[in-house]
Design a protein around this ligand. Sequence first.
Ligand SMILES: NC(=O)c1ccc[n+]([C@@H]2O[C@H](COP(=O)([O-])OP(=O)(O)OC[C@H]3O[C@@H](n4cnc5c(N)ncnc54)[C@H](OP(=O)(O)O)[C@@H]3O)[C@@H](O)[C@H]2O)c1
Length: 315
Amino acid sequence: MKAFVVSDPGDTTRLQLQELDKPTAKAGEVLVKVKAISINPVDTKTREGKALYNSLAENPPVIIGWDISGVVEAVGEGVKMFKPGDEVFGMVNFPGHGRAYAAYVAAPESHLAHKPANIPHHEAAAATLAALTAWQVLVHQANIKAGQRVLVHAAAGGVGHFAVQIARYFQATVIGTASPENHEFIRNLGAVEQIDYHKYNVEEVLANIDIVLDSLGEENTRRSLGAMKDGGTIVSILGGAKEAVQEEARKRDIDAKNYLVHSSAEDMEKIADLMRDGHLKAHVSHVFSFEDLPKAHQQVETHKTRGKVVVSLNE
Ligand SMILES: NC(=O)c1ccc[n+]([C@@H]2O[C@H](COP(=O)([O-])OP(=O)(O)OC[C@H]3O[C@@H](n4cnc5c(N)ncnc54)[C@H](OP(=O)(O)O)[C@@H]3O)[C@@H](O)[C@H]2O)c1
């Protein structure tokens, strides 16, 4: 089968298309014929030798990627939820070795959900790592409730555009930061207020925020505290809740924490339900062929992507 291997980290030319043996489904695993893969910033950071590269390199060949949608080809011993021919999607083995940049992926059944029949593979693949992050942060980490004021940073991006929709689903009042050209986009997703982060600092224009999703890091996490209610929750997905920030937060009874998404079939099923019922939609702004996967990395590295970047194959 075809797969992209990184033997030596660096720029996008290090993504080498190779012919490898098809994996087999071990006990508890499902062999998926991949139809679409979504690309995340963690993929490009790992390709550069940062993020998860070292842990992946302990078990070569390094095959980056975690987000897939596809069709079950075979199931391993003990698999109960899936059978050959089922359409599935999920984030595989994150933060372990997902090996998703391949025509076939062996995935634990505990990381997959049935793909809703009314959602195409490229949209399903897009609604995995980024959607799970938004779900796990808002629901499990911040315990979101109706009527709360939720600030989503980078609201037009992969995680952000799902977070806006999920917060709206919970009947929160959603405020998003984005460049002006994305204000209409995030308004249509459910952000009632749009802040142009090029012009305004959130702590100068916002107050009484209950929940913040930070995806930009320490400086932004610290600034966001100034827009929050005492007793609120701020979750950084970019390690922004450093000890000094947490100390500042504690003085106002704000829960400031970092979070790393993890694979979960249970949460994927929730995402599947929301998509099936029209409450959550992946906005896929770019679709590349499998051979053009390095170009998909270049697009993610612009840091200007609206929604998600996806690679399509086996279709
Ligand atoms: N800890 C975890 O579990 C976890 C999970 C997922 C992602 N992450 C991390 O979270 C970050 C975001 O991920 P992503 O997938 O959402 O990225 P992405 O899709 O590449 O984000 C692109 C968006 O970022 C916006 N943006 C860029 N600079 C901004 C700024 N200063 N203020 C506000 N918005 C800004 C852009 O909006 P405009 O075009 O409107 O400017 C663009 O729409 C990445 O660093 C990623 O590695 C962590």
